[in-house]
Ligand binder design. Structure first.
Ligand code: KG4
Ligand code: ZN
Length: 350
């Protein structure tokens, strides 16, 4: 089995070829960070145009590096949502064209399912498992019961965790993307100089909220005459510590639900760009160990957006015989658990 995966839902244009055993035959990723940097965030129109300019070349490179011809492929899988719709359209239309011209099946992959299933081929994780999905656009905790079967235990009431990193970095002058910049600055910072809230800590449920924390950082920054390098480091450290503590608290609550309802489950997986954060990984390792779970976080390059995860989700679906018609439409929103109760506070991301 050989599946070509295509990812264009955000600011990475990517193509990859993965086989039925989860071996990555080749991958090509092009980050658009430099295109968006002058604007301090992702500009959807610029992203869509960049995907259009580069996708064909990246697919050709992945195919030639893998020494695979189109007629060797078992299927072509593309992210069909959720994401920035202009980019999603570029990937889906390209995949449909390959499918039609070469007569191979098309598989529409939910980007979040791509993140969710990554730990299956990197670490052989078995269903069911608990998944913390934390990226720039998403912040949820789910039980992964099977391919296409998810139960959402919590989601954000306002900002996603990565969005909070990005916004805080911008307001203390650390640039974009914010997560790595905050993590770097925080290394030299004093996390105790500023006292920031730990949103929802100790409160019932497993939902997240980060906008109050972001406001607290803004007020602390505004109270300073000017933000020196030391101030930025202390603000970054204080913010990161608060976000990690709040997240770990929410995860501990989700673990309690998971242990009670899924006695065979033994693993917590973290995925999405924010799962690259070392402080968060350490806190999740501790909370997992304390509650009798194993903690798994895929390598950073497979936690952030990539096409390997989309190709692999295609492999998992193809093994079940699940392929899609060419009438499938790209979707800006596509919740993994459509039955989940809506959260109060609006701003739900998926
Ligand atoms: O999964 P991803 O590549 O794209 C999507 O949003 O789908 O995640 C990108 C997000 C950005 O918000 C970025 O600031 C954050 O992940 N991020 C981090 C770190 N590396 C990336 N956040 C905290 N610490 C990091 N080391
Ligand atoms: Zn993502």
């Amino acid at each position: 089995m050989l599946v070509l995966g295509i990812e264009t839902s955000c600011d990475e244009t990517a193509a990859a070829v993965v086989d039925g055993e989860g071996n990555v035959r080749a991958q090509a990723v092009l980050s658009q960070i430099e295109d968006h940097k002058p604007y301090g965030g992702i500009v959807p129109e610029i992203a869509a145009r960049a995907h259009l300019s580069h996708l064909d070349r990246l697919i050709a490179k992945a195919m030639s590096d893998a020494k695979v011809r189109f007629e060797d492929l078992s299927a072509v899988a593309a992210t069909a949502g959720p994401g920035l719709i202009g980019g999603v359209i570029v990937g889906v239309m390209t995949a449909k064209a390959i499918s039609m011209v070469r007569g191979i099946p098309f598989i529409a992959v939910n980007h979040l399912e791509g993140h969710a299933l990554t730990a299956r081929f990197t670490d052989g994780v078995q269903f069911p498992y608990l998944l913390l999905l934390v990226s720039g656009g998403h912040c949820q905790i789910l039980v992964v019961e099977g391919v296409g079967r998810f139960r959402r235990l919590g989601t954000t009431m306002d900002d996603a965790a990565g969005e909070a990193f990005d916004k805080v970095a911008k307001l203390i002058g650390l640039g974009y993307p914010g997560g790595p910049a905050i993590e770097r600055a925080a290394r030299d910072g004093d996390p105790a100089r500023f006292t920031f809230p730990r949103p929802l800590k100790g409160r019932p449920g497993c939902d997240f909220s980060f906008s109050g924390l972001k406001t607290a950082v803004r007020l602390a920054a505004e109270a300073l005459p000017a933000i020196s390098e030391k101030d930025a480091a202390d603000l970054a450290a204080g913010f990161q510590t608060a976000l990690v503590e709040s997240t770990a608290d929410r995860v501990a609550r989700a673990i309690a639900v998971f242990r009670a309802d899924y006695p065979t489950g033994d693993t917590l997986v973290a995925s999405g760009g924010v799962a690259a954060n070392t402080a968060l990984r350490e806190a999740l390792t501790t909370v997992s160990r304390k509650n009798g779970l194993r903690f798994v976080a895929p390598p950073v390059a497979l936690c952030t957006d990539n096409a390997v995860m989309i190709a692999w989700a295609g492999v998992e679906r193809l093994k079940l015989g699940w392929v899609d018609g060419l009438d499938i439409k790209p979707r800006p929103r596509w919740p993994l658990d459509p039955g989940a109760a809506p959260v109060r506070g609006a701003g739900v991301k998926a």
